[in-house]
Write a protein that binds this ligand. Structure first.
Ligand code: FE2
Ligand code: FE2
Length: 181
């Protein structure tokens, strides 16, 4: 096993290749963390609660790696910049990526793919609205006024304040909404 001196204080030299490696590692760790959460839910369904806990723990660990890699490429900036970047991402998804993916899924007659893309596409618009609101507040140096946020466990729809009877995106009942702290 190679041993690296990680306590050195000299200035860090960042090359293009290491930057690329950091982004690639960030992407891989991010995906692993989400997949492990999906696997944890499956383990829970199958009655393996220890395995589920282990998957959740390792998902959390991968999240820490993903965040560390991202910080190393200065991927975390001020909140105003972060929200602006997030807004751009959401817009790209519902104006470009998902419409294109939905068209393809329709052509393929893949209804499962069409549904999951549609749910995400509609939710991204909701996310964009929240981010627009956050930007307005942050520009005044204030936090966004938002509370009682719930997320639909079926489609991901995100609602602040009172919940409707049924999810306006997927049509499931309000019992499917999870409170966020
Ligand atoms: Fe989103
Ligand atoms: Fe929903």
């Amino acid at each position: 096993m190679k041993v690296y001196n990680l306590k050195r204080k000299e200035k860090t030299n960042m090359t293009d290749q290491t930057t690329k490696n950091l982004w690639e590692a960030h992407s891989g760790e991010s995906q692993a963390s989400r997949r492990y959460l999906a696997f944890a839910r499956k383990a829970e369904e199958e009655g393996f609660s220890n395995l589920a806990r282990l998957f959740r723990a390792i998902a959390e660990s991968e999240t820490i790696h993903a965040i560390n890699h991202l910080k190393c490429v200065n991927g975390v900036k001020s909140s105003l910049e972060n929200v602006q970047e997030s807004l751009n991402g959401e817009k790209e998804e519902y104006t470009g990526m998902y419409p294109m993916f939905m068209d393809q899924a329709k052509r393929d007659t893949n209804n499962d793919a069409l549904k999951t893309f549609y749910w995400a596409n509609e939710t991204e618009k909701v996310h964009a609205d929240f981010y627009e609101k956050a930007i307005e507040s942050l520009k005044q140096g204030e936090d966004i006024q938002v509370d009682n946020i719930h997320v639909c466990s079926v489609c991901g729809n995100t609602i602040a304040g009172d919940l409707p009877e049924k999810c306006p995106i997927c049509g499931e009942g309000r019992d499917k909404f999870l409170p966020m702290d």
